[in-house]
Design a protein. Structure first.
Length: 255
């Protein structure tokens, strides 16, 4: 596991505490809820022809601070009108000011597949996501290779797509070895919040067999075009789309 930054460690530790509470309610119940949930094809939406935009609902972040207040239902409907193919919703409460209620309301207000964006570190959280969303984020830096493979398999068993997020070559190899079918390259280093779109350009050739998502630091349609030219099937845009949803429409118009 990469020696990750203190913010990432703190977020993962908080997620572990929440997962323990979740688990205390009974893991069987979580399996039942996951099994009953309907699904919208997250992976299919990203794999369809043309550059897909995953538009994120994020009120704040450690790197940007407070971004802006948002009603998740209004934001979801606005993103859908602009041509987003999927939504990403932050559910981490402390540093991102998200919630499961945001996830529920965003998914209810649109027809788009929704990714639950949080610091998943436990089986219970995968099941919780499977009952409420169409995809779950697995950050490779938080797992050993064996753990990552186990969580990717679990996601497949309970019918939720897994977006495995990587930031370097080693993690890209881990994601492929774990059987990931969707890999997001985070252009932001979660240790120091530095952003380099070259990260996606460097790692993309390693990921040709899977659905490739370029995440973070995409501020203009030109940035998105650059990711497309480097092999991206999708771009995930948060802060810039929260500040200017019209950006989603400009990116969705890229052939
Ligand atoms: O706001 P940006 O620079 O467009 O980044 C969006 C998204 O990639 C970012 O929010 C993100 C990528 N991976 C994460 C993991 C946890 C929380 C957030 C993230």
């Amino acid at each position: 596991m990469r020696e990750s930054g203190t913010v990432l460690d703190a977020l993962a530790a908080a997620a572990r505490r929440r997962a323990a509470e979740l688990r205390s309610g009974g893991i069987e119940r979580l399996y039942e809820e996951a099994a009953q949930a309907g699904k919208r094809g997250f992976r299919e939406a990203l794999a369809a022809p043309g550059l897909a935009v995953i538009s994120e609902i994020k009120r704040a972040s450690p790197s940007a601070g407070f971004i802006r207040e948002a009603d998740p239902a209004e934001q979801a409907a606005l993103y859908e009108r602009q041509g987003a193919r999927c939504l990403s919703v932050l559910t981490e409460p402390e540093r991102f000011r998200g919630s499961l209620e945001d996830l529920r309301r965003a998914r209810e207000a649109s027809s788009l597949p929704v990714l639950r964006k949080d610091f998943t570190v436990d089986e219970a959280q995968v099941l919780e996501a499977a009952a409420r969303a169409d995809a779950v984020l697995l950050i490779a830096a938080l797992f050993t290779g064996e753990e990552l493979a186990r969580y990717v398999a679990l996601a497949g068993e309970v019918g939720v797509d897994a977006l495995v997020e990587v930031h370097d070559e080693r993690e890209a190899e881990l994601a492929l070895a774990a059987g990931a079918s969707i890999v997001g390259v985070n252009n932001r280093d979660l240790r120091d919040f530095s952003v380099d779109l070259g990260t996606f350009e460097r790692l993309s050739p390693l990921l040709e067999g899977v659905v490739r998502v370029a995440e973070s630091g995409i501020k203009t349609a030109e940035d998105a075009r650059r990711m497309r030219e480097a092999g991206a099937d999708a771009v995930l845009v948060g802060e810039a789309a929260m500040r200017d949803p019209g950006l989603v429409g400009r990116i969705a118009a890229i052939p």
